[in-house]
Design a protein around this ligand. Sequence first.
Ligand code: NAD
Length: 277
Amino acid sequence: LMGDITLKEKISEMSLAFVGAGKMAQAMAKGFLAAGVVKADHITATAPSCRSQPSLEDIGCQFTHNNKEAVENSDIIFLSVKPHILPGVLQEIAPVVTKRHLMVSVAAGVPLQFLEEKLPPKSRVMRVMPNTPCVVRQGASVYVPGSHVEKEDSEIIKSLLSSLGYCSESNEGMISAVTGLAGSGPAYAFTAIDALADGGVKMGLPRELSIKLAAQTLLGASKMVLETGKHPMQLKDDVCSPGGTTIYAIHKLESGGFRNLLIDAVEGACLRADTIA
Ligand code: NAD
């Protein structure tokens, strides 16, 4: 417990940079602040345009166009630009990366070996696959330590990511599958919520009520899976009374290939992650 407290204290004194101030960076920054694990004035985010400056400054973070300066002044650097932008950014910041810096890439599809090769020898590099629900501290993330990270680096990232929701250590061979399931997954859920709401509207419910019921139903089902530890199909069976309404709906879902579609979705995103960078 003592160790945990000192680690948290240490983290609260650290400065963080997000190189790339887009959606994922802002979701993580807001989550960290909501969790109270880092001080707002210890967070800097960078981007070439001023688009995200107002929303970052609103939450008390610093904004700059200068990637090198942001790296120089920070302990932990989240590389949060699009995968195809990352090689150029690595080349730009490499001259100022030192032993002080823990470099954490959230980019889909960019291998650790590539990151390590583009940065000075022995750089402490990690990969993280987060998702945008980090913003409400219900993220689902994995982290993969690179060749030169220390035990404490992993502990720091685990502690930071745990403040944003569920997280676990993984190996690089799994990270594209994690991308296909959890990284891209919120979009599948948003689409499901919208479609369920359409169903409600079609059958006469007001849109607003329909969206609330759809979202809360997914949230409730998710919590039951996580909190009861029961298999999802046991929970499904529990809702399907013989000859009742739910099994009629399940039949419709199965006829439409609902499961196949979801499996295909995860596979599609996973395969894309392998070719994106
Ligand atoms: P985004 O387009 O919202 O953000 C990218 C940011 O990088 C923008 O602020 C842009 O101005 C900035 N940028 C562009 N060129 C730059 C440069 N040379 N130097 C500094 N900043 C620069 O994209 P995003 O959705 O936030 O994705 C960022 C990364 O996060 C991607 O690599 C993606 O694979 C990863 N990721 C995203 C999600 C997600 O749900 N959005 C989930 C997991 C991982």
